[in-house]
Design a protein around this ligand. Structure first.
Ligand code: NAD
Length: 327
């Protein structure tokens, strides 16, 4: 039976992957540690590793995997920034990923964040759990008739636009590649920033758009704008954002990602002293709502991730065409 060393295991991974791997005839060793040069020895005796966004598939790790005779790295996520692709290619190790699972999951979470910060349900909920039924300070705004700026009109952005249209919002969009069949009204980024009451980011993080939301772009936005980021933390200059929040620029900010997330996310840090000022401010401002990179986390997405990850392994073992190979 072929064996997979499964790193950074969470209880939900165990549940989802166990059944499917048994059906497909694979034996998974669930390891709670992240994959690092220190833990890679746990992969010895396996035929593949399976890793998530914070595992470190660096050159030293790949060299060890090669020594163990492991020829494939299965990523149970879309992003591959954790992998030294050059080294993997040099060693002939295949890197297979899950390019798309459920764009609707992420778009719907963006809307959940939007309506949380707009209607202040996070504050209302905290009050009612203490039997405080005062609604002072909880006034929101109606989205119907307002303008939403969708930055990035790929799989997720298009669904977000469709949902926002359902609220009766006027949609304007910005993308470096316009999809002229989408029916979306494209504008330049500056126009989108200036006209939008809600701005939602759905672009990948690239060297070109790192910190695309910064002091200058924030200054171009309307006062009282709502900003939502479910894409990548690096799209926003956190310090510039926090300065603007402090100055009262935003009605609300909803974040599922943040610049320092690699240091903190996916672990319970509630018993530690949080010494990071930016994280403290993000948690402290009551018009910012941060979730810990959970936009993708639905039953449907997780099922699709497990299915594709193991199908990728099956195709590799069968010598079939690797449609999800990262090169
Ligand atoms: P996609 O590839 O379908 O669409 C991305 C769009 O962004 C494309 O239309 C592309 O032309 C456009 N784009 C690329 N660079 C741009 C730039 N510099 N300026 C303007 N437009 C640009 O991707 P998707 O599936 O819609 O995913 C979007 C992003 O969502 C991902 O890159 C990822 O960062 C994020 N994401 C987050 C989660 C989560 O759980 N929070 C889960 C999945 C994806």
């Amino acid at each position: 039976m072929k064996k997979i060393a499964f790193f950074d295991t969470k209880p939900y991974d165990r549940k989802l992957f166990s059944n499917l791997s048994q059906q497909m005839g694979y034996d998974i060793t669930f390891i709670e540690h992240r994959l690092t040069p220190e833990t890679v020895s746990l992969a010895d005796g396996h035929d593949a590793t399976c890793s998530f966004v914070n595992d470190e598939v660096s050159a030293p790790v790949l060299e060890q995997l090669h020594k163990f005779g492991i020829g494939v790295v299965l990523l149970r996520c879309a992003g591959f920034d954790s992998v030294d692709l050059k080294k993997a290619a040099e060693l002939g190790i295949k890197v297979l990923r899950v390019p798309s699972y459920s764009p609707a999951a992420v778009a719907e979470h963006a809307i959940a964040l939007l309506q949380t910060v707009n209607r202040k349900t996070h504050i209302g909920y905290n009050r009612t759990t203490k039997f405080n039924f005062n609604i002072n300070g909880l006034m929101g705004t109606v989205l119907d008739g307002k303008t939403a700026g969708v930055v990035g009109t790929g799989k997720i952005g298009k669904i977000a636009a469709r949902i926002l249209q359902g609220f009766g919002m006027n949609i304007i969009a910005y993308d470096i590649y316009k999809d002229l069949n989408s029916g979306l009204h494209y504008v330049e980024l500056d126009e989108l920033l200036a006209k939008s009451d809600v701005i939602t980011l759905h672009v990948p993080l690239t060297p070109e758009n790192n910190h695309m939301i910064n002091k200058d772009s924030i200054a171009k936005m309307k006062d009282g704008v709502i900003l939502i980021n479910t894409s990548r933390g690096g799209l926003i200059n956190t310090n510039d954002l926090l300065d603007a929040v402090k100055a009262g620029k935003f009605r609300g900010v909803g974040l599922d990602v943040c610049e320092k997330e690699h240091e903190y996310f996916f672990e319970d840090r509630s018993n530690e002293i949080m010494a990071d000022d930016a994280m403290l401010k993000i948690a402290g401002y009551n018009n910012i709502v941060l979730t810990g990179h959970q936009a993708f986390f639905t039953e449907e997405s997780m099922g699709a991730i497990a299915e594709t990850t193991l199908q990728n392994f099956k195709a590799y073992l069968a010598g079939e065409k690797l449609v999800n190979e990262v090169k």
